[in-house]
Write a protein that binds this ligand. Structure first.
Ligand SMILES: *[C@@H]1O[C@H](CO)[C@@H](O)[C@H](O)[C@H]1NC(C)=O
Ligand SMILES: *[C@@H]1O[C@H](CO)[C@@H](O)[C@H](O)[C@H]1NC(C)=O
Length: 574
């Protein structure tokens, strides 16, 4: 993760209805989730390969990486949180929150420096004076406290595997510590702390160590390439060497390549493909945060900024999907207190893009607090899905939003029957659905979506019916109607974000689809279309997404809900 400047503006996100009930219990030490659609469980471990832009299992069905970043590269070189919870409880929590995968970070020296690798967890904490953490790990993970660091790392991978969670090993930096600054000596091949030979040696050791460990499905070769030395020629020279070294040591893993500029740009690949001796394993990764664009989101009109940033992302990374390469958004995230305007606006826009392109992704981060980061003991992580003490989910409404992205929208083996559109609402992670009486529309789980078609006449029609969405009056619910040729049944996608669905009444006024406090779909005056930077249009943002009836309805391991030690404790929405 790159550095950012915090915003001081205050902003409150709309609360969404909670369809997930979560409890990370302080005593039981486990997280449980109930999802509304809990019919299927997909076996997610096993070897993966790629076919055009998709990552597939051995049966040829798409496996969408829905990961969370679990940090294990800071000074102590121990996966965070082991002083707060038993490793198995954390792994179960990850799975029950609907993630099928973890991007687990590691510093090169953990693989290349034997005295570091063989240092015990206890001694690593002690050498930094982290005595409370020692006591916490002793209590929560007595079987790990005296393991050498490398074996503790393996124990975390094993625990994830035991819980059916895939792992992407991410070489984050060289020396254990927080990452990433522009000129911190870890940014590019040949930097002070970035010796390419040592890096290849480390990748080879790690790939070898996890050869045969079937839940390790991929390796990110290096996090966020950057800095004064970055250049495209050296990128090809060394990334190809690294990729070949990993493949030679462990041909089962996906090989994942980061771009330059803190992994925000892969534009150079467009005209110069990576040439490797092997096929079907190459994936690209990209990062994007609100702060990637400085304070642009808070300082500008959200539609205009969204339009601009989306165009930039297409230019620099998502073009790869069109070229037939899998693209893994291996870091994105924001302040989950909901008070950072820049982050909130960016997330509303970015989640729509991730949904539209149905990208593989990894949220930054799981971690509620760090043992020791940038000189601070017990630093809280406000981007973290968990709270400071790792006992609760920080924002159930945010988890609810990203849960919509955990299930693939499409891809090989996913859609049963004909394809159709979903009308996705990125602010809530919900979709437009018709209520049983077929007259009014509401937000609901995307899995319950009607089969929408966006016709050439710009009507939004429910397939195989004559019903289309109709604007009635400002402030009133939109209805389903069978008179679909009038102006108030035509929906233009307007504004730079292309996410306002706008219609005209007979008096010539324009209205946009919106959502009221009860999640009823209404039409209101189109707001903050441009220029105005103080207002936020997100309740009026909708994205049409290609999907259909899906063969997969959850990535959660629901069988564990039968386990006797799990209690239920619903949390209220923030
Ligand atoms: C290897 O690790 C040890 C223990 O952390 C450390 O003291 C030493 O400086 C490291 N060596 C190198 C070459 O980084
Ligand atoms: C819905 O309609 C579109 C366009 O007519 C068609 O391509 C698609 O197959 C239909 N989907 C379903 C589920 O009927």
């Amino acid at each position: 993760m790159g550095r950012w400047r915090p915003s001081t503006l205050v902003f409150t996100i709309l609360s969404a209805p909670i369809i997930i009930i979560i409890a990370l219990l302080s005593s039981g030490g486990t997280t449980t989730v109930e999802d509304v659609d809990n019919d299927h469980t997909m076996a997610v471990t096993g070897l993966l390969h790629t076919d055009s832009r998709w990552i597939l299992n051995q049966g040829g069905q798409r496996v969408k990486l829905a990961c969370v970043n679990w940090v294990s590269h800071l000074e102590v070189a121990v996966a965070e949180g082991l002083s707060k919870k038993p490793v198995d409880a954390i792994s179960k929590g990850i799975k029950s929150m609907g993630f099928n995968c973890v991007r687990l970070t590691w510093p090169t020296l953990l693989a290349t420096n034997d005295s570091l690798a063989s240092l015990s967890v206890r001694r690593s904490f002690q050498s930094l004076g982290l005595l409370e953490s020692v006591a916490g790990v002793q209590t929560n993970n007595p079987s790990i406290i005296d393991l050498p660091l490398i074996q503790a790392f393996q124990a975390v991978v094993k625990s994830l595997g035991d819980n059916d969670v895939m792992v992407i090993l991410d070489n984050h930096l060289t020396n254990p510590g927080w990452c990433c600054g522009y000129s911190d000596g870890n940014g590019f091949f040949g930097d002070k702390f970035f010796n390419p030979d040592q890096w290849i040696f480390g990748l080879t050791k790690m790939a070898t160590l996890f050869n045969g460990v079937t839940n390790v499905v991929g390796m990110s070769l290096r996090n966020e390439l950057r800095g004064p030395k970055q250049n495209v020629n050296d990128w090809y020279k060394y990334m190809v060497k690294g990729a070949e070294a990993v493949h030679a040591a462990n041909p089962d893993v996906l090989v994942i390549l980061s771009g330059i500029n803190f992994d925000t740009s892969l534009s150079f690949i467009r005209d110069r493909p990576v040439s490797l001796t092997f096929k079907g394993k190459l994936v690209f990764e990209v990062h994007r945060y609100g702060f990637t664009d400085g304070g642009a989101w808070a300082d500008g009109n959200p539609n205009q900024v969204c339009g601009k940033v989306t165009a930039d992302i297409k230019q620099t990374s998502t073009f790869l999907v069109d070229q037939g390469w899998p693209l893994f958004v291996s870091e994105f995230g924001g302040d989950l207190r909901g008070t950072n305007v820049n982050d909130n606006r960016y997330l509303n826009c970015f989640l729509a893009l991730v949904a539209e392109l149905d990208l593989d992704w990894a949220y930054w981060t799981l971690v509620g607090s760090y043992y020791f980061r940038e000189g601070v003991i017990g630093m809280e992580e406000f981007y973290g899905l968990l709270t400071w003490d790792w006992t609760q989910v920080r924002s159930t409404s945010f988890l609810n939003r990203i849960s919509a992205l955990q299930i693939p929208f499409r891809g090989p083996g996913i859609i049963e029957g004909s394809a159709y559109k979903l009308i996705f609402h990125p602010l809530t992670g919900l979709c437009v659905i018709s209520k049983s009486q077929l007259t009014s529309l509401t937000l609901g789980p995307c899995s319950s979506s009607d089969a929408w078609t966006y016709t050439p006449q710009k009507t939004l029609l429910i397939n195989n019916t004559n019903f289309c969405i109709h604007a009635e009056q400002e402030g009133k619910p939109a209805t389903l109607s069978i008179t679909c040729s009038d102006a108030n049944s035509k929906w233009e996608m307007i504004s730079d974000s292309n996410m306002h669905l706008s219609s005209k009444l007979s008096d010539g006024s324009n209205l946009c689809l919106d959502v009221d406090d009860n999640n009823i779909i209404v039409t209101t005056a189109c707001k903050c279309l441009n220029q105005d930077k103080t207002c936020d249009p997100a309740s009026q943002w909708f994205k049409l997404i290609d999907s259909g009836r899906r063969s997969i309805s959850t990535t959660s391991t629901l069988s564990m809900l039968n386990s006797p030690d799990i209690l239920w404790q619903p949390l209220s929405s923030i």
